[in-house]
Design a protein around this ligand. Structure first.
Ligand code: ARG
Length: 558
């Protein structure tokens, strides 16, 4: 049991409130002189018909626990001061015993499917897809720690009218060798060219639609071209996934559902949900505009494929939760999707959630594939890795496994830059910011971890000692308090589906540790050395685990 909940139990005895409410009410004061935890008595005032200050005083007198050194009553708050040696011993004992499992949720919560990354074939892997990939991957790791079994699904955009357009563009202006040499760039060029030409000649769009129909009907030429575009694109995407160290449990994209959509359409008919509207087939919804299922020319749509995919996922994985990590511009699409499923009578649709995130902007504007305004992610990643290599050459040229470490640091910078922002904020794209290694960055956290590991090596730390004899003060005790909060931070991250909880957590821990490092002679030979190193060891464990939850490696030297 964590300290916060133990304190809540202590308070519960003297209060007429459920423990959960008490836990929610407990605050962390911003300043040390206001205690380690504070309980506000304002909400009680009404039901008890007493002034908060009075209530606080009465309760304060009765509070008793070995974990509490003393309490102070200030303006309606009970400020609780921990018994530092005891609290520290308890926290440390838990971490040293559980190691990387510290903060794990012990019960099985069932399957959580996570739809993430999902780039579109024949288009560049955009910054938006990077966001989905790293947020989704981190959510998978956090979900796993929280008791779920995550299933990561890369719902590739490998079907749709755009393939008709691409086939037309390729047949008209494409060159095979060019595409082979540089598939994504070349296919993007053709796609952009198509849209330019189509502005002058609208018949081109008609032709594109025709070719998509051929593709849906299994026409050989169309299918061969599609397969080739898909294969070339996937190879490029895989380079990025490899760099990021991310893999998927399924790569079933939109095309996978091609032969599963008729069944869904039939089911909708059977349930009398399908109506005709201007030649198209739609499902009408109470709260949103109708969900388009089939176009007038019989072509299926993005939504049709998502319906088929959702049903397939439930049948295959029996998920309790199903997340879609997709930009917030698709909010309506997911609202419609979930409502159609509910209308179909699927109770499990309640476990589905769209996890939107803000856009990556360039000069305050959305980056658009159609106009070719995109930044190529692979180039960004390579630039970060090169910068990390350069840093290593300058600062630590004798480092072992330089290349591997440079990769970990370069990608760590990019991933952390994304995850430290609250998921829904728009981020202005800045290569310079992404490549910063100082301040609140991935490399800073990695560096802090490596520095702590180096202390353990230099101090020949072999196994954790008791920390009972450590003197606690305001550079060491804050570390304990932050360590104590790790499980809470994991809980919040999964509750809000927001990895930035963890990113902010590791920043706080790294800062507190660096302050300790600056003020204390950790390696000094005296009675407390082993205890100090044990604290350092606990910090390395939690920093490493925190970074792992974000999908970032923690090299032991850099
Ligand atoms: N391919 C889509 C895009 O790039 C994202 C797909 C998200 N997943 C889904 N099941 N709809 O916009």
């Amino acid at each position: 049991m964590n300290i916060q909940s133990e304190i809540a139990t202590v308070l519960e005895v003297n209060l007429d409130l459920p423990k959960e409410t008490i836990e929610q009410l407990l605050e962390k004061p911003k300043f040390a002189h206001l205690g380690d935890l504070a309980f506000p008595c304002f909400t009680l005032a009404k039901s008890m018909r007493k002034a908060p200050q009075l209530i606080a005083e009465e309760i304060a007198e009765k509070i008793e626990s070995p974990l509490i050194d003393h309490v102070e009553v200030v303006s309606g708050y009970i400020n609780i001061f921990f018994h530092q040696p005891l609290v520290a011993a308890k926290v440390m004992e838990e971490i040293l015993e559980q190691k990387e499992h510290y903060g794990d949720f012990p019960q099985d919560k069932g399957v959580m499917t996570i739809d993430l990354s999902s780039p579109n074939i024949a288009k560049p892997f955009s910054m938006g897809h990077l966001r989905s990939t790293v947020i989704g991957n981190a959510l998978g790791l956090i979900a796993e720690k929280s008791g779920y079994t995550p299933i990561r699904i890369n719902h590739l955009g490998d079907w749709g009218t755009q393939f008709g357009k691409l086939i037309v563009a390729y047949k008209r202006w494409g060159k095979e060798e060019e595409v082979r040499k540089n598939p994504i760039k070349e296919l993007l060029k053709l796609y952009v060219l198509f849209h330019e030409k189509a502005e002058e000649d609208p018949l081109l769009n008609e032709e594109g639609r025709k070719w998509f129909n051929y593709l849906e009907q299994g026409n050989e030429e169309a299918t061969e071209l599609w397969k080739w575009f898909r294969k070339e694109s996937l190879e490029e995407f895989n380079k990025i996934y490899q760099l990021l160290g991310i893999s998927f449990d399924s790569n079933n994209g939109e095309a996978f559902f091609n032969d599963k959509m008729e069944a869904v359409v039939d089911l909708l008919k059977e349930k009398q949900l399908l109506v005709e509207s201007e030649g198209a087939q739609v499902v009408e919804l109470e709260d949103f505009s109708p969900c388009l299922i089939k176009k007038s020319d019989g072509a299926t749509l993005y939504a049709t494929r998502d319906l088929a995919a959702a049903i397939y996922r439930q049948e295959n994985y029996r998920f309790v939760k199903s997340l879609y990590v997709v930009g917030n511009e698709q909010t309506l699409h997911f609202k419609q999707l979930f409502q159609v499923l509910e209308k179909m009578g699927y109770d499990w649709a309640k476990g589905m959630a769209h996890i939107p995130f803000g856009m990556m902007l360039k000069d305050g504007k959305k980056m658009s594939t159609r106009k070719g305004k995109v930044v190529l992610l692979e180039e960004v990643l390579q630039a970060a890795i090169e910068l990390a290599e350069k840093n290593i050459e300058e600062k630590n040229p004798l480092l072992e496994m330089k290349e591997e470490v440079a990769k970990q640091v370069g990608t760590g910078a990019i991933i952390f830059h994304d995850l430290k922002h609250y998921r829904l904020t728009d981020i202005e794209f800045s290569l310079e910011d992404m490549l910063k290694f100082e301040g609140e960055t991935g490399p800073y956290i990695q560096y802090t971890h490596a520095r702590a590991c180096s202390l353990l090596r230099k101090g020949q730390f072999s196994h954790p000692a008791t920390i009972a004899d450590l003197q606690w003060d305001d550079v060491s005790f804050p570390i304990v308090k932050i360590l104590m909060d790790f499980p809470i931070s994991v809980e919040k991250a999964i509750e809000h589906y927001d990895p930035s909880e963890i990113a902010k957590y590791v920043i706080d821990l790294a800062k507190a540790f660096n302050k300790y490092y600056a003020h204390v002679q950790i390696l000094e030979e005296n009675d407390e050395k082993e205890a100090r190193l044990s604290l350092v060891y606990a910090v390395t464990l939690v920093l490493k685990e925190g970074l792992r939850l974000l999908g970032i490696s923690a090299p032991e030297a850099m």
